[in-house]
Design a binder for this molecule. Structure first.
Ligand code: SAH
Ligand code: SF4
Length: 392
């Protein structure tokens, strides 16, 4: 039986944010919510679906930020929209570009909080690593984000906004009349930035529905991967309510070690987690689960670990992604030697699993996996103050 661990869920969830003058932000609303919002300002019932579709295209296909530019809408209707709504994205505080082309954005969101987003260009694809929370309530001992005390859930607008801002920076919105650009700069999305996405499920789900919509940002569900540390009760919802691919931060092959690395293991241990993965609704060879495994010198990287890992996941369509540990100031671990990582990969590979070693990217700008941490906690405020500021 899993023991009850002292895992707190003390997270601020900010209600849907209205601008200071009470105007609602349209970004991040699902189609149904957008339709309701238009109905609420008196859009006639026979038009409301069409208007929602038009606005949706302006926002998410063309990347337009100004109601005045929505030229297929009547002028007085545009004015009415501007009276009631805003199109608001997080504010880009800084952008750093690594020697390897990785870009890290620091974004400021409501309440003065900050989160980070990372763009990783590769030859055949471009991956955007987005955050779901400011900080993280979980305290994995090898993760920089886990050392950040203050945590607040991002809204759907703040999650979708990360992709929209990256497209702004990369100049990726379509130009009217220009030939369609078939190669996308942001072709893949991973929920692997700051935070535990399954502890902010509703906003993550709504944001992914916006991102996947065919008339807008239109990213395929198979190009989106959600990474969880193992929030067992929410895992199946990833398949049934979002439909994206799943990655699990496994990192250890015994409960004793996993308890220290990924403390949520004390609540849902390895056997419980594996049961949930075996029962995963979308499990198939074409949609394998990715097991993430951070390589920590002398902690979890022996041949015996590799063999145990293979035995544990038997029967689960899986790929094992080995992540060389990325250091951060004060980190209590070291990266395993390359020869060790390769020997570990080899055992897994010989057992019939793909075992890619994740190349660390953007290390010079602290953008690699597990290095993200914003300075928000320095300006720590009371819960009430944060909520008040976020509401405007
Ligand atoms: N909270 C989610 C997603 C964010 S972390 C989760 O834990 O799955 C994305 C991946 O980076 C996870 O597998 C995480 O365990 C790993 N990671 C965290 N810190 C790391 C570090 N310092 N070096 C390498 N990988 C790290
Ligand atoms: Fe949170 Fe994931 Fe970091 Fe663990 S690894 S502290 S769950 S962000």
């Amino acid at each position: 039986m899993p023991t009850t661990a002292p895992i707190t869920q003390d997270v601020l969830t900010i209600p849907r944010r209205a601008a200071p003058e009470g105007r609602m932000n349209l970004i991040g609303l699902t189609r149904a919510q957008l339709t309701d919002a238009l109905r609420a300002i008196g859009t006639p019932e026979r038009q409301v679906k069409m208007r929602a579709g038009q606005i949706w295209q302006w926002l998410y296909h063309w990347g337009v930020r100004d109601f005045a530019a929505m030229t297929n809408l009547a002028k007085d209707y545009r004015a009415k929209l501007a009276e009631h709504f805003v199109i608001a994205l997080p504010q880009v505080v800084s952008r750093q570009i690594s020697a390897d082309g990785t870009r890290k954005y620091l974004l400021r969101i409501g309440g003065g909080h900050e989160v980070e987003t990372v763009y990783i260009p590769e030859e055949s694809r471009g991956t955007l690593c987005i955050s779901s929370q400011v900080g993280c309530t979980l305290t994995c001992s090898f993760c920089h984000t886990g050392t950040q005390k203050l945590v607040r859930n991002l809204t759907a607008a703040e999650i979708v906004g990360q992709l929209m801002l990256a497209r702004d920076d990369l100049g990726e919105w379509p130009v009217p009349g220009a030939p369609k650009n078939e190669t996308r700069l942001v072709s893949n999305l991973v929920l692997m930035g700051m935070g535990e996405p399954l502890y902010n499920f509703d906003s993550v789900r709504d944001a992914m529905h916006v991102v996947m919509d065919h008339e807008g940002l239109s990213l395929s569900r198979r190009r989106i991967t959600l990474s969880t540390s193992g929030v067992v009760p929410e895992i199946a919802r990833c398949a049934t309510e979002i439909g994206c691919l799943l990655a699990v931060s496994f990192h250890a092959t015994t409960d004793a070690v996993r308890d220290t690395l990924v403390p949520i293991n004390r609540k849902w241990n390895i056997a419980t987690l594996l049961d949930a993965l075996r029962a995963y609704p979308r499990l198939s060879n074409s949609e394998r689960i990715t097991f993430e495994y951070v390589m920590l010198k002398g902690v979890n990287d022996t041949d015996a670990d590799a063999r145990r890992l293979v035995r544990l996941i038997a029967g689960i369509p899986a790929k094992i992604n080995l992540i060389p540990f990325n250091e951060w100031p004060g980190a209590p671990y070291e990266r395993s030697d390359w020869a060790r990582i390769e020997a570990f990969a080899d055992i897994i590979h010989k057992a019939g699993y793909a075992s890619p070693i994740r190349t660390p990217r953007g290390e010079d700008i602290m953008a690699a996996c597990g290095q993200l941490k914003s300075e928000t906690e320095r300006a720590r405020k009371s819960r009430a103050a944060i909520e008040a500021e976020a509401r405007g």
